[in-house]
Design a protein around this ligand. Structure first.
Ligand code: PBG
Length: 323
């Protein structure tokens, strides 16, 4: 008989035998940015997560930094009246994300800023690319994503993060950044699945497709090797960091990615639906919130993630500082 219980006798002993840990420095906190002043609007399906106007965002970031979190990911959220077929508001000189990045970098030069590069938040039809015959048109979308990435990068973003799942988007962006002499890095949403777990995000960002779904461009969750091929292609196109998304239902893909691409920092996105499940379950008293998010985040690290984009980052950091 092998005696395993000796490893579990007390908290100190369990701590000694732990193989995996989660640190505050592992986190990237997502922010939804809106136009206007004095806006701090809680998202109904995601308690404790807000849409901020830039002035309020700066106040929140100060708090975030005081918790030890120094990496953020920005999403633009637009009024419907500001959207059009081509998602123009996403890549004009005055786009909301470039304005946010400039302002953030002025106040907090050391924070690491990632920006989401996708058309769905800006198009009237809510799809991630230009439309042609009721489907997204891959190749005509690429220059627009490159333009958006260029604008964010020129404003001072440290990383641009293309999430539209258009083939060739990383290469198009890399070429554009190189041409402009910008050394902004690329975090590629490489293995991004067409997932029901994005439900609350689409409510938060107002980015639901007005017809159809995203299955013609985001990955089918029944595929296996395609996820690895998507990541390999992004690396070949110039991705600096890679991502698997969502996280908890895709730990196998995270593990595979961490084994196959050990030289590229691997990011897991614990998406809105994962957060809402845990948060709303905890609010209803079905489980202890601190334990459930700690266990979930640890599992994501154990599967091989180097960094986690999570709406739970702040709560993790608060508990971490206390304990
Ligand atoms: C697309 C984008 C989405 C998310 C991140 N980037 C939505 C989608 O692809 O439908 C989802 C993030 C989340 O659910 O937390 N710009």
């Amino acid at each position: 008989m092998k005696r395993f219980r000796q490893y579990r006798k007390s908290q100190e002993i369990r701590d000694q035998y732990a193989d995996v840990s989660v640190a505050v420095s592992d986190f990237i906190y997502p922010y939804f940015v809106v136009e206007g002043k004095g806006v701090k609007q809680e998202i109904t399906s995601m308690p404790d997560v807000f849409r901020f106007s830039i002035d309020e965002l700066l106040i929140d970031i100060e708090h975030l930094l005081s918790l030890g979190i120094d990496k953020i990911l920005l999403f633009g959220v637009l009024d419907n009246k500001d959207k059009d077929e081509r998602g123009s508001a996403g890549y004009t000189a005055g786009n909301i994300i470039s304005a946010a990045v400039k302002s953030i970098k002025e106040h907090f030069p050391h924070i690491v800023v990632f920006t989401d590069v996708c058309l769905c938040e800006y198009t009237s039809h809510g799809h991630c690319g230009l439309l042609h015959d009721h489907d997204v048109d891959n190749d005509t979308t690429l220059p627009l994503l490159a333009e958006m990435a260029y604008r964010h990068a020129a404003a001072g973003a440290d990383f641009v993060a293309p999430s539209a799942m258009m083939d060739g988007q990383v290469e198009a962006i890399k070429n554009r950044l190189t041409k402009e002499n910008l050394n902004t890095k690329i975090l590629a949403y490489s293995a991004k699945y067409a997932s029901a777990f994005y439900g609350p995000f689409r409510d938060a960002a107002g980015s639901s497709p007005s017809f159809g779904d995203r299955k013609t461009y985001q990955m089918d969750f029944r595929t296996l090797n395609q996820g690895i091929e998507e990541i390999a292609a992004d690396i070949e196109e110039g991705a600096d960091w890679i991502m698997v998304k969502p996280a908890m239902a895709y730990l196998d893909m995270l593990y595979r990615a961490s084994q196959q691409f050990p030289d590229h920092p691997l990011v897991a996105y614990q998406v809105s639906g994962e957060y809402s499940m845990l948060k709303n379950g905890a609010v209803q008293g079905f489980f202890d919130e601190e334990r459930i998010f700690f266990e979930s985040l640890t599992a994501i690290k154990r599967a091989g993630a180097d960094y986690i984009i999570s709406y739970y980052a702040k709560e993790f950091a608060k508990k971490h500082i206390k304990s």
